[in-house]
Write a protein that binds this ligand. Structure first.
Ligand code: EPS
Length: 391
């Protein structure tokens, strides 16, 4: 499955095209819209989320609730377009105001502003801001929902929760090592997407403090993929490794700066006999492990354990207290622009993380079980599970 996104943050709409998605998948609009709502929620989001109520409009690829195997195209209308039409109009004949008066010339450190304007030869940073904005991730959440609905047919579930915002970090090992459905439910009910109430309260006060200081925050979230069969991904070629594929998809989320797979950070300091997950066998359980330091991936393949990924984000680059910067026209010393933004978007990022993980996993699943039709893929998957049961 492949996908493309298009759209400017304050353009008329965002749009997406998905290709190579199997036929015969039951897809529900309310499930997609609910994922869009999950992305919009979260303590610390900015004013834009008060304006938008993201909703998908499918243009092609579905008939009576089932996919056709043909490309799926869709849009999400930007409600804020009404306030930006003059500034963002596609053709010059429509321009009602003098564009020169509105040039953005002071790049925000940490954002795409400076390098984007040099690379694409713009004298107005607005041209960079519009496409580099994290608004584009709404489309990825729609694509991710298509992937999640596909994966549900194979019982594969993808969950997330927030593990840290600024200095407030979740320490409870139960949540971190063996998260269960109860933990994910708690996270879904929390506006910090954190399953532990005490840590969620600490996160909230971190955000309140940052707001008062006109500053921003980053943090971390955990992704847990359940019911992955053995052997998804492969060691036979570098670009087939599941850990590499998941990293590629997750690192593409705006603000992500680091990724840990399983107990990856400890792997660098522990001895081999302490780190590696010993193998046991039981007639009923078949092969099993007592630990999951590998995070469910060995040799670039899923090993039957939960896949555990921790994703780390930098603070949002748009800070209300400006940072030192330089005007790109006259090179004078300036303070960075105060573009409307969020104080913290880690809860939203965790929903985007689920989406990107679902897309990555779906691709690897299609490599093993087929690409054309859902029923065929279900049968291939069942047949493989039957083989695994007899090992
Ligand atoms: C976002 C929409 C944007 C920002 C945010 C994410 O809307 P606006 O620019 O109109 O406020 O709120 O973008 C960023 C944080 C960023 O760095 O680009 C959204 O829909 O998620």
């Amino acid at each position: 499955m492949e996908f493309l996104t298009a759209g400017e943050s304050h353009g008329k709409a965002l749009c997406g095209i998905i290709s190579d998605y199997p036929s015969g998948v039951s897809v529900k609009k309310e499930i997609i819209d609910n994922e869009l709502l999950r992305r919009q929620k979260g303590y610390g989001r900015g004013g834009r989320m008060q304006i938008e109520k993201d909703e998908v409009e499918i243009l092609s690829g579905l008939r009576n609730g089932f996919t056709l195997g043909s490309p799926i195209s869709f849009i999400i209308n930007n409600k804020d377009w009404n306030n930006w039409e003059d500034l963002m109009t596609p053709f010059p004949s429509d321009i009602k105001i003098k564009n020169e008066e509105k040039l953005v010339e002071n790049p925000r450190p940490g954002h795409a502003d400076l390098t984007g304007s040099i690379k694409y030869r713009f004298n107005d940073i607005r041209n960079v801001i519009e496409r580099s904005s994290a608004r584009e991730t709404a489309i990825r959440v729609v694509v991710g929902s298509f992937s999640k609905q596909f994966l549900k047919n194979l019982d594969i579930e993808i969950h997330s929760f927030v593990t840290g915002i600024g200095k407030a970090v979740l320490k409870d090992e139960n949540f971190l090592k063996n998260p269960d459905i109860d933990c994910f439910d708690k996270a879904d009910k929390s506006d910090l997407r954190c399953p532990d109430e005490k840590t969620a309260a600490d996160m909230k006060s971190e955000i309140d403090k940052a707001f008062k200081l006109k500053d921003t925050l980053g943090g971390s979230f955990l992704i847990c993929i359940k019911n992955m069969p053995y052997g998804i991904g492969s060691y036979i070629q570098w670009n087939k490794r599941l850990d590499a594929i998941l990293s590629y998809y997750l690192m593409s989320i705006p603000s992500v700066k680091a990724l840990e797979i399983g107990n990856g950070l400890k792997a660098a300091v522990l001895k081999g006999t302490r780190f590696h997950d010993e193998i046991f066998y039981d007639e009923n359980k078949k092969y099993y492990r007592l630990t999951n330091n590998a995070g469910g991936i060995e040799g670039g393949m899923s090993n039957g354990e939960d896949i555990m990924l921790k994703v780390f984000l930098k603070p949002i680059p748009t800070t209300m207290r400006g940072l030192n910067t330089v005007n790109i026209r006259d090179k004078s010393r300036q303070t960075s622009i105060k573009e409307r933004s969020d104080i913290c978007a880690v809860p939203s990022a965790s929903v985007i993380g689920e989406a990107m993980s679902a897309i990555a996993v779906m691709n690897a699943i299609q490599d093993k079980f087929g690409r054309d039709n859902m029923q065929e893929i279900i049968e291939n998957h069942k047949n493989y599970l039957r083989y695994i049961k007899n090992i």
